[in-house]
Structures are given as structure tokens and as C-alpha cells.
Ligand binder design. Structure first.
Ligand code: ZN
Length: 276
């Protein structure tokens, strides 16, 4: 009875033991598997991924934003779905630069609204001033520089650089501007675009012509002048306008609005790429 009985007892216990072993095995695997709600350090994820189906790997937990941290905007906040990486930062696209230049001022009643307009478009430009007008309106010269614009020389009396006395006209204008702002202009725009090499070299100044002529003074129509600019402008253009008449300021507003929409940035002429 002894040997046979022991074997029978053992055989009868076998299903119980096997059941117990199976239960232990299931418990062990369950312990190794992370709970979906449990967050693992991200460094463990690649190693774990070799052994577990993808569905088991917990998604990295994105930091939740508290309402106080969120700035109020009209745009819906970007959704952060579980498992979705935060969007990469996109570098801003460099803007195309263009130089607006205004000649023959400053003039009372036109330069001030133009400066307000330029400020509203975050535009910085170049003013080629007449020396006698700078002398008459030093406050406007200071307002121009305060707006971040550059002041260039357009002679004292709009004299051609080819005419006798041109050098005096240029030097006098430099002195006037320097007495107002503390800085003499280094840019010189010849009236009528007429100049000769010796004049510029003699002054140690840089001659600045233009690549787009709005013809505002000739058309006497801001809309038509703006249409010429918007037709001919390219990246790096130097645009000629005037801050003498109201229609020119109206034309400038059209140009500022349209070129801003096209992605242009307005800079003083010396900041154009390749200018130096
Ligand atoms: Zn002029």
C-alpha cells in the first residue's frame, strides 16, 4: 500500500501544482509589464520595446499646462495627443529687404505723418534732406533720427553736383545736419542723379542713386506712383520717393501696406545686403 499510495497522492496533486505554477507565471509576467498608467523614464523605453508589443509601451507623458500658464489667444491651443511629440520649433524665414528713400524734405505737414506711417509698419528708411530745409526744421530732422531712420545729404539748395559751388552746397548741408544730430551724413544723393566721380571722392561720401523711381513728383498721384513701385520692386531695390507733397505720402502708404503683405522688410539703404 505504501509505495503505490504515495504515487497516487502525487499524481492527484499534479493538476493543483501545475495550476499553481501557471498562476505564478502569469503573475510574474504581469509584474514585468508596466501598467499603462505608469510612466517609465524615457531611457528605458527603447530596451523595453524589444520585448513588448508596441501597444504596451506607455506614451511619454507631456507636461500638462496649467490654465495660468496659457496665454489667451484666439487660436485654439495645439493638441497634444498621447504619443505625439511636441512640434519642432520653426526658424523664422528671413524677410526680403528693400530700401525706401525720401528726397527733398523735410517739409512741415508731410514729414510728420510719413514718420507716423513708417513707425506703424516698423519701417526704417533713408531721408536725403535739403540743407536749407534741415536748417528751417531742425525738429523734423530730430524726429527722423528718433524714428531710427538714416539722414543723407541732398545738397543745401538742390544744386546739381556738376554745377559750380556744388561742393559748398554739400559741405554746408553736412555741417547743418551735424549741428542738429551730432553726426554728419555719409550718404550723398545727387539732385537729378547727376554727378561725376571726382565730386564724390572729394567729399569722402558715398553716392546713392536708386533702382526704382516712383515718379511721384511727376505723376502727382500716389496710387499711380505706388503702382510703378509695386510693379518694379525686387529684393534689394532702392526706391525713390519724396516727402514733399501729400500725394507722395498717400503713395508711400500703399507701398508700405502692399510690400509688407509680400513679406518685405524696410531698412535704411546702408543695411541692404551687398550694399557695403
Ligand atoms: Zn531731389
Amino acid at each position: 500500500m505504501g509505495g503505490i499510495t504515495r504515487r497516487l497522492v502525487c499524481l492527484s496533486l499534479l493538476p493543483v501544482l501545475l495550476t499553481a505554477c501557471s498562476a505564478n507565471a502569469v503573475g510574474l509576467v504581469a509584474a514585468l509589464l508596466p501598467s499603462p498608467a505608469e510612466s517609465l523614464p524615457s531611457a528605458d523605453l527603447p530596451q523595453l520595446a524589444r520585448y513588448l508589443p508596441a501597444a504596451v509601451i506607455p506614451a511619454p507623458q507631456l507636461p500638462s499646462q496649467q490654465p495660468d500658464d496659457v496665454m489667451a489667444t484666439d487660436e485654439p491651443a495645439p493638441s497634444a495627443e498621447p504619443g505625439e511629440a511636441p512640434p519642432p520649433e520653426i526658424a523664422p524665414v528671413p524677410k526680403m529687404k528693400v530700401a525706401l528713400t525720401f528726397d527733398d524734405g523735410p517739409t512741415r505737414g508731410n514729414t510728420e505723418p510719413l514718420l507716423e506711417l513708417l513707425a506703424s509698419y516698423d519701417a526704417r528708411c533713408t531721408f536725403f534732406v535739403i540743407g536749407s530745409r534741415a536748417e528751417a526744421f531742425p525738429d523734423l530732422i530730430l524726429a527722423i533720427t528718433a524714428g531710427g531712420h538714416t539722414i543723407g545729404n541732398h545738397t543745401y539748395d538742390h544744386k546739381s553736383l556738376k554745377a559750380a559751388g556744388a561742393e559748398v552746397s554739400v559741405r554746408k548741408t553736412n555741417d547743418i545736419v551735424e549741428s542738429i544730430t551730432g553726426k554728419a551724413p555719409v550718404l550723398l544723393r545727387p539732385p537729378y542723379g547727376a554727378w561725376h566721380k571726382g565730386v564724390a571722392e572729394g567729399f569722402g561720401m558715398r553716392i546713392v542713386l536708386w533702382s526704382v523711381d516712383s515718379r511721384d513728383w511727376e505723376l502727382r498721384d500716389g496710387q499711380k506712383a505706388a503702382e510703378i513701385v509695386l510693379r518694379d520692386v525686387r529684393e534689394g531695390s532702392i526706391i525713390l520717393m519724396h516727402d514733399v507733397k501729400t500725394y507722395s505720402i498717400e503713395g508711400a502708404e500703399i507701398v508700405l501696406r502692399a510690400l509688407t503683405e509680400r513679406g518685405y522688410e524696410f531698412v535704411p539703404v546702408e543695411e541692404l545686403t551687398g550694399y557695403r
